[in-house]
Design a protein around this ligand. Structure first.
Ligand code: NAP
Length: 259
């Protein structure tokens, strides 16, 4: 039995859609007050309306994760609305595809700015609040792509997701004396609008490569993030948890065919 997180406050970047929205829903169901961020106000409003009525309160702040000032504003506003910040879920991310020969410096910069720099900015912005909470939690949404696997078209994306884990290890060390843990969830293929844009053929192909026989749900990731946020996970830091239905396990497609 885990100690209740009722009354704690979380910021979920990229909480307006997809995995971030799933994390926000899992946390609000657990009684956590959640601030979700994203750039598109309509998406934020839609998600806030959809999650209203759950045990935790939820509200949105329009913020671009690439701008450190926006992250500071989001944290200040979360503290004003809910009295503090106990948990930061650094989740906002983009995954545009581009083969190595076609990638421009702007393509590379855009992915690193959101996925890697944005992770650093929100954690930096929340440091004082997480420290005063006495039990700060950072949960980063990385990916199996980059840290463990590769996929054509995602060299820059994979690098950004691996960069998050490089950041995580030293951040976990630096913040351990402040009783802040820093961990990451590494999703496999999770059904979201973003992934849906890859097309049905891609989704079917990916599902057939997963030993569990299905793609992941946003709740699968939300539950893993919630675990890292618990008091019972206080002694776990600098770690990453793969949540992929066994997707990285098969040695080849023949191994899947044997199932
Ligand atoms: P999604 O459905 O496209 O949602 C992305 C979220 O990030 C949206 O809320 C979006 O809001 C926000 N975002 C994007 N750029 C932003 C910016 N510059 N500033 C602030 N917010 C921004 O994507 P998803 O599939 O849920 O992916 C979420 C995270 O999971 C990413 O880090 C991704 O790398 C990781 N992931 C996803 C999968 C998967 O299968 N879906 C697998 C592995 C890892 P706005 O566009 O309104 O800003």
């Amino acid at each position: 039995m885990f100690t209740s997180l009722q009354g704690r406050t979380a910021i979920v970047t990229g909480g307006s859609k997809g995995i971030g929205r799933g994390i926000a829903e899992t946390f609000t169901r657990a009684g956590v007050d959640v601030v979700i961020t994203g750039r598109n106000s309509d998406d934020l409003d839609r998600t806030v309306a959809a999650l209203a009525g759950l045990p935790g309160r939820v509200s949105g702040i329009s913020a671009d994760i690439c701008d450190p000032e926006d992250s500071r504003r989001a944290v200040t506003e979360a503290v004003r609305r809910y009295g503090g910040v106990d948990i930061v879920c650094a989740n906002a991310g983009i995954f545009p595809s581009g083969r190595l020969e076609d990638l421009t410096p702007d393509d590379i910069e855009a992915v690193l700015a959101v996925n890697f720099k944005g992770t650093v900015y929100i954690v930096q912005a929340a440091l004082a609040a997480l420290t005063s909470s006495g039990h700060g939690r950072v949960v980063i949404t990385s990916s199996i792509t980059g840290p463990i696997t590769g996929y054509p078209g995602w060299s820059h994306y994979g690098a950004s997701k691996a960069a998050q884990l490089g950041f995580l290890r030293t951040a976990a060390m630096e913040l351990a004396p402040k009783k802040i843990t820093v961990n990451a969830v590494l999703p496999g293929n999770i059904v979201t609008d973003g992934l849906g844009e890859m097309g049905q053929e891609y989704l079917d192909q990916m599902a057939s490569a997963v030993p569990a026989g299905r793609l992941g749900s946003v709740a699968d990731i939300g539950n893993a993030a919630l675990f890292f946020a618990t008091d019972e996970a206080a002694y776990i830091t600098g770690q990453s948890l793969v949540v992929d239905g066994g997707q990285i396990l098969p040695e080849s497609h023949l191994a899947i065919a044997e199932l």
